[in-house]
Ligand binder design. Structure first.
Ligand code: ZN
Length: 250
C-alpha cells in the first residue's frame, strides 16, 4: 500500500513520462501543444482555439476554482450534494480531453474522498492521495502534471480531522506506516503540545497540510515557477469529519 512512499518505485520523471504519454494523445486530439512544449509554459497547456471536442466555458482562475469547491463542499456538508457531471454524456465528452479545475493532494482516508467532499464530477479534480498527504516524488510529479500539462489554476493540500497517519506520527508508532510517520514527524515536532489531545492532533494535521503546501512549491521548480507567474495557486485546507466542511488554512 505504501510501496511508492517507502521505496522509490516511481521517480517523478516516471510519473510525468507515463502520464505525458496518455496526455499527448488527449491534448493532440483537442488541438493543444504537445506536452513537451506546453510544459515550459503551463498556460499553453490549453488550446487557445479549441475544436468541437473541447470542454465548454472559460477556465476558472484560482479564486473561481476555490469558490466552486467551497460551493460544492457546502452542498455536501448540508446533505444537499448534487453529484454533478457524472452522467454518461459527461463521461463521453471527456474521452479525448480533460480540464480539471483543481489538483487536490489529500489523504488515503476512506472518509475523505475529494470528489464527494467537494461535490464534483468526472473531469473536475486531479487527485493524488497518500497517507497523511505525505509528499513523495510520485505525488510531486502528479501535481506537476496537473499544473504543467493540464494548466490547473489551483492546488489544494487537504488535511483532515482524526487523521490516522498523523495520529500514528503523534504516537510515534512504528510498523507499516513507518515511512509515513517519518515524513510527518517534523510537523508534529513543530506543533505546540496542547493538553487536549484532539486540539493537539488537529493542530498537527493543519501544520502537516501547511508544510506539504510549502514543500510542494519548494521541491518543484516547475510548480514554484507557475506560482510566480500566477498560473497556479497552492493552498492548504482542513476537512472536519463531523461537520463535513473544508476550511482554508493558507
Ligand atoms: Zn488521514
Amino acid at each position: 500500500m505504501f510501496s511508492s512512499i517507502r521505496g522509490r518505485a516511481f521517480s517523478r520523471r516516471d510519473v510525468i513520462g507515463l502520464m505525458g504519454v496518455a496526455a499527448a494523445g488527449a491534448l493532440a486530439s483537442c488541438g493543444a501543444d504537445p506536452p513537451g512544449k506546453s510544459a515550459a509554459n503551463p498556460a499553453r497547456a490549453e488550446p487557445s482555439t479549441g475544436g468541437s471536442r473541447r470542454a465548454a466555458g472559460p477556465r476558472p482562475d484560482a479564486d473561481d476554482a476555490w469558490r466552486r469547491l467551497v460551493a460544492g463542499n457546502e452542498r455536501f456538508a448540508d446533505g444537499q450534494a448534487t453529484h454533478p457531471r457524472q452522467a454518461a454524456a459527461r463521461r463521453r465528452s471527456l474521452v479525448g480531453q480533460q480540464r480539471p479545475i483543481a489538483c487536490v493532494l489529500g489523504c488515503v482516508d476512506s472518509r475523505v474522498p475529494p470528489e464527494l467532499v467537494f461535490d464534483q464530477g468526472l473531469g473536475d479534480l486531479l487527485i493524488a492521495r497518500t497517507a497523511g498527504q505525505v509528499l513523495d516524488e510520485a505525488v510531486i510529479g502528479s501535481a506537476e502534471y496537473g499544473v504543467a500539462h493540464l494548466g490547473v489554476p489551483l492546488v489544494v493540500v487537504l488535511g483532515h480531522a482524526n487523521c490516522g497517519a498523523v495520529t500514528a506520527a503523534v504516537e510515534a508508532v512504528r510498523g507499516d506506516v513507518a515511512a509515513v510517520v517519518q515524513a510527518i514527524e517534523p510537523a508534529v515536532r513543530a506543533t505546540r503540545v496542547d493538553d487536549d489531545p484532539k486540539v493537539y492532533l488537529a493542530a498537527c494535521v493543519a501544520e502537516q497540510a501547511r508544510r506539504v503546501a510549502t514543500g510542494l512549491v519548494e521541491r518543484s521548480a516547475l510548480i514554484s515557477d507557475a506560482v510566480e507567474r500566477e498560473q497556479t495557486t497552492v493552498v492548504a485546507a482542513m476537512y472536519d469529519l463531523r461537520s463535513g466542511r473544508v476550511r482554508r488554512l493558507t
